[in-house]
Ligand binder design. Structure first.
Ligand code: FES
Length: 305
């Protein structure tokens, strides 16, 4: 019988005999799907959705899944035993950075804006709290200057959750305007700007809605990797996925981490922190709000202000 597995960019078909447990099949296929309780049927976190022929729910699935989920074909990979050909969508987070994303990064150039002698470009590290604007000579590969300043969007909240809330309340255009008001005078004489920010910051600046980031599936409607011509030509670094934004992509690119020959850990500890672990099995990445931990924002005991 044939089983097709889909998981955020992964699309795999495999043949197997009836009666196989889905977790066994995923492991056999080297699909790095997480089983937080070790496949004991205790945590209910290894959710998958059967798009065809869902197997009858097991007692553990009846306990851990809602009647609505069961009716929609949702099952637990560590419990479901597959008896018929089917298609399964894995619902867990995929934290492995896909190989093709890394290849795209490796070949990243400036489409339409090739480096020319004497051309200046700027790179913006678009942080939730802080902006770092570097002026670069792209032919020489040299940084001419860097200016660090506060992100004026802070009036709409100090973390990405508040910014998403403001955007959902219709403040997105105002947030974009204050940012360009600050940046444009500093970009005079610049041919183009490259922007690397977390998923929320890039999505808001690109003018896309944040609904799908703020709620399930927690995925930006803006993939990044795009040029915009107004108000100045600017390029958004591609978003890795979920809350891993263009800053994580820039980290991979700039540090040339694909070349490392032993396990390495890269940390970008800002208001939103990205952690990238590189091993021979690929790159694993995660992000979490770190501002309260490192800046004392909103903490009322311990290191709070
Ligand atoms: S891994 Fe915990 S229920 Fe499946």
């Amino acid at each position: 019988m044939e089983i097709r597995v889909r998981w955020r960019g992964l699309d795999r078909e495999t043949l197997t005999s009836p009666g196989v447990r889905l977790s066994y099949l995923l492991t056999k296929e080297n699909i790095d799907f997480p089983f937080p309780c070790g496949g004991e049927g205790l945590c209910g976190r290894c959710k998958v959705k059967f798009l065809k022929n869902p197997p009858p729910p097991t007692p553990a699935e009846r306990r851990l899944l809602s009647p609505f989920e069961l009716g929609e074909g949702v099952r637990l990979a560590c419990c479901a035993v597959v008896e018929k050909s089917t298609e399964v969508e894995l619902l867990g987070e995929r934290t492995v950075v896909p190989d093709d994303f890394l290849l795209d990064l490796a070949s990243l150039v400036s489409p339409g804006h090739p480096p020319r002698e004497g051309v200046c470009c700027c790179a913006l590290d678009l942080g939730t709290t802080t902006l770092a604007l570097s002026r670069l000579d792209v032919c020489q590969g040299a940084r001419i200057s860097v200016e660090v300043m506060a992100n004026p969007q802070i009036v709409w909240g100090s973390d990405v959750v508040s910014r998403m809330g403001a955007s959902l309340e219709g403040k997105g255009e105002d947030m974009v305007r204050v940012l360009w008001d600050l940046l444009l005078p500093k970009l005079e004489g610049t041919s183009y700007l490259v922007v690397a920010g977390n998923a929320v910051m890039e999505t808001i600046l690109a003018g896309y809605p944040v609904d799908s980031l703020a709620r399930y599936p927690f995925e930006s409607s803006f993939p990044g990797g795009e040029w915009k011509e107004e108000p100045v030509p600017h390029y958004f670094m591609p978003l890795v996925g979920k809350f891993l934004g263009g800053d994580a992509a820039a980290l991979l690119l700039v540090l040339d981490l694909m070349e490392v020959d032993r396990p390495a850990l890269a940390l970008d500890l800002g208001t939103n922190a990205e952690v990238l672990l590189l091993t021979h099995r690929g790159v694993r990445a995660a992000s979490a709000p770190a501002g309260p931990a490192f800046e004392g924002v909103g903490i009322t005991s311990g290191i709070g202000l």
